[in-house]
Design a binder for this molecule. Structure first.
Ligand SMILES: Nc1nc2c(c(=O)[nH]1)N[C@H]1C(S)=C(S)[C@@H](COP(=O)(O)OP(=O)(O)OC[C@H]3O[C@@H](n4cnc5c(N)ncnc54)[C@H](O)[C@@H]3O)O[C@H]1N2
Ligand code: MOO
Ligand SMILES: [Mg+2]
Length: 688
């Protein structure tokens, strides 16, 4: 039989700084290897930090080379810094309470926490070591039901404790007794800490553990935007090479020209370099016949012969003037008088004008851009028109500091979803996953790098947890980690609406809001999860948290809330809020962030919602005669604006903001609209 694989995680601030001070790992390893059934264990030391403990456990349990047994030692006492149970508990899919501070199974790995002292750790391990191979094999090969029956049960029997009755139900059920967990520094917002929510935030735990009203306070759209602004991290600065990849980036530091443009005295036209008379040179009038002393093309290489008084030099546009020359006469103002004897070149030329001024048709060195001149300012956008890239390229700037664009992962959730391009015939309650393609295309059109995270099924619920964790860590479909995760579905009141509990309970995240008074998009959820990301060499800073936007599953709701809430956050992450912050008393409403706001005239009555602000999908056209913008709904009748109807966004270029009220928004009324796309005239020609 192959030997089993074990890993030991020492949790200790001291040992993480001075590994030689740890005595526990070396005491535990021989207890296992003496049994003859274990490979020499892997050993790792981390400080007493929830995130780092979780990261190590996940790496050991989630990877292809997973370990049968993960022993943790340290951090299990009652000191404030003892974090191990809090870190491990939410990771465990099946608990064995009472055995040791925390024990249980994550995927196929058995996890056991031990005291930090060598004596305590040894005693605890020796008490169960004989049972571990059997328990681990059960955990590895078995489903959770027989694993429970055979593996953990034997450990429990040995320890004289009992485990709550279990089944092979999804994660949430398995965790039903778990304490409500928040990550470090992520205290739950006040409104969310009701004892009701702490006890019963578990929709799949059975009828009496389901909410019958949402515990999340209903925020206004502005309050939600404020939360997003507050919890979106500061943008990160990177050195980026000057090429097309930086189009759309925001400049993070003022940029100064590294070279003058032009670097030399250059001709603006094709013609003849001359010495135009001025007070210093006693030159004759430029009118008359002159010998052609030399020919200068754009790239001359080497040094030029100085021009003598009474001679001229043929020159092309952009070429350097020979020394002494101070002006250029256009070829159109000259006549050929004679050629060289072999007929290949000009010998003498008549200049027809005597009005040439010194400096005429000449670009002085640095007259376009001076060496050291500021060419771009922090906050400028590298636009797609090419002007900024051109400036950088022409002045010898090879890399520029920009704010890194965030990478966004898009995940659909739901058992009912079928890939949109799957040729199968839909059965039962199946539907096509339209949210992922529509959100991904919208995000790409804004210029952000995206990652398609696929579909996470509702059952087993650990699928959702894994999909979220993998994308945060940059494994699986996300080959490098994402900054923002956008999910759709599973945020409302159903028993399979698992996003909120998964974020809070298993990822240790904080939900900043879970309901917004708007239509569509009421259950929109915004959360941060703790995450430690080291700088990548190119980046000095590190991120301490990542963002999750869990948007409602209804397709129109998902797209509207992507535009309304996700875009301002992405704008802030890519540095667009930097200039806004200094001037705006309400940075979350700064015009640089999110969709542009305009005033539009309603072309017909729009029904109003009595309670929620509606983001009504509309086509806004511009009138060339009165210069105003006019809004026409994409459908007011019947199911027109229903949140399931993604077609309400087809051809829409605006969200008309309708404040709650009775009756209708009246034809001719002026209201605010958020522009999602270009405006055309009624003659269908583009206006802007
Ligand atoms: N009792 C209550 N029920 C509901 C409430 C409520 O306040 N109390 N809110 C309703 C509102 S408003 C919305 S919006 C939806 C939000 O639902 P969820 O976010 O939980 O999403 P699901 O339940 O997973 O799905 C809803 C709907 O959307 C379809 N869907 C989901 N994902 C996709 C996708 N990727 N592509 C296309 N369509 C998708 C799904 O099949 C459902 O039809 O909750 C109301 N309920
Ligand atoms: O608030 Mo929901 O998004 O209307 O259908
Ligand atoms: Mg739902």
């Amino acid at each position: 039989m192959d030997k089993l694989k074990a890993a030991i995680l020492i949790v200790s601030d001291t040992a993480s700084q001075d590994p030689a001070s740890d005595k526990t790992a070396n005491a535990l390893a021989p207890i296992l290897t003496a049994e003859g059934k274990w490979e020499p264990p892997a050993i790792k030391i981390v400080p007493d930090n929830v995130f780092q403990i979780q990261q190590a456990v996940c790496e050991w349990s989630d990877s292809a080379n997973w370990y049968n047994l993960i022993l943790l030692s340290g951090g299990t006492g009652f000191a404030i810094k003892d974090n191990t149970p809090e870190a491990v508990s939410p990771l465990i899919h099946r608990h064995a309470p009472g055995l040791v501070p925390v024990a249980g199974v994550r995927d196929k790995s058995l996890i056991i926490t031990l005291p930090g002292s060598p004596k305590g750790a040894i005693e605890n391990l020796e008490a169960v070591v004989k049972l571990l191979p059997h328990a681990c094999l059960q955990s590895a090969g078995a489903n959770s039901r027989n694993m429970h029956a055979a593996g953990i049960k034997s450990l429990e029997a040995e320890a004289g404790v009992s485990v709550n009755s279990g089944s092979s139900a999804p994660l949430q059920k398995k965790q039903s007794h778990c304490s409500h967990h928040h990550g470090p520094g992520h205290a739950a917002p006040k409104a969310h800490t009701s004892s009701n929510r702490q006890q019963s935030n578990d929709p799949s735990a059975g009828p009496n553990r389901r909410y019958r009203s949402s515990p999340y306070p209903m925020l206004s759209v502005e309050e939600a935007l404020m939360q997003i602004s507050e919890h979106t991290p500061e943008p990160i600065i990177v050195d980026a090479p000057v090429n097309t990849a930086i189009v759309g980036s925001v400049v993070a530091e003022d940029v100064y020209a590294a070279e003058s443009v032009p670097a030399y005295k250059a001709s603006i036209v094709d013609g003849y370099a001359v010495i135009a008379p001025d007070s210093t040179n006693n030159a004759p009038s430029t009118k008359g016949v002159f010998p052609v002393a030399s020919i200068t093309h754009a790239n001359v290489g080497g040094s030029l012969k100085p021009l003598q008084l009474g001679t001229i030099a043929r020159i092309t546009t952009g070429a350097p003037l020979p020394p002494n020359a101070n002006a250029v006469v256009m070829v159109e103002d000259t006549d050929l008088v004679s050629s060289t004897p072999d007929g290949t070149e000009e010998a003498t030329i008549e200049i027809l004008t005597g009005d040439i001024e010194p400096g005429e048709n000449v670009r002085e060195p640095g007259s376009d851009v001076r060496l050291g001149e500021k060419i771009l300012t922090r906050g400028d956008i590298i636009s797609s028109t090419g002007g900024e890239i051109g400036l950088l390229a022409s002045t010898g700037i090879r890399t520029v500091k920009v704010f890194r664009k965030p990478r966004i992962g898009v995940l659909s959730t739901g058992d009912e979803l079928v890939e949109h391009d799957d040729p199968c015939t839909l059965t039962g309650g199946q539907i096509r996953d339209s949210n992922r393609p529509s959100l991904l295309s919208c995000l790409s059109s804004w210029g952000f790098p995206t990652v398609d995270l696929g579909i996470a099924r509702d059952t087993p619920a650990s699928e959702l947890e894994h999909a979220l964790r993998d994308s945060l860590r940059g494994v699986g479909r996300a080959s490098s980690s994402v900054d923002v995760i956008v999910t759709t579905g599973g945020v409302s009141m159903g028993e399979l609406d698992l996003l909120k509990p998964t974020i809070e309970r298993t990822l240790g995240g904080t939900i900043h809001f879970g309901r917004v008074s708007m239509k569509p998009g009421k259950p929109t959820t915004f959360a941060t999860v703790p995450f430690k990301e080291a700088g990548d060499g190119n980046t000095q800073q590190e991120r301490k948290s990542k963002l999750i936007f869990s948007l409602p599953g209804n397709p129109a709701s998902a797209l509207v809330t992507l535009n309304l809430f996700v875009l301002p956050s992405l704008h802030k992450l890519c540095g667009l809020g930097e200039s806004a912050r200094a001037v705006s008393p309400k940075p979350w409403l700064a015009p640089q962030l999110g969709l542009p706001r305009v005033a539009v005239v309603l072309t017909h009555h729009f029904p109003l919602d009595p309670k929620r602000t509606e983001y009504h999908r509309a086509v806004v056209t511009g009138s060339r005669s009165d210069g105003r913008l006019y809004a026409t709904s994409t459908g007011v009748e019947g199911v027109g604006q229903r949140s399931s109807r993604v077609g309400s966004l087809a051809s829409a270029n605006a969200l008309v903001v309708l404040r709650p009220g009775r009756g209708v928004g009246i034809k001719g009324e002026i209201v605010e609209a958020l522009m999602m796309g270009s405006v055309y005239g009624s003659d269908t020609r583009l206006i802007c």
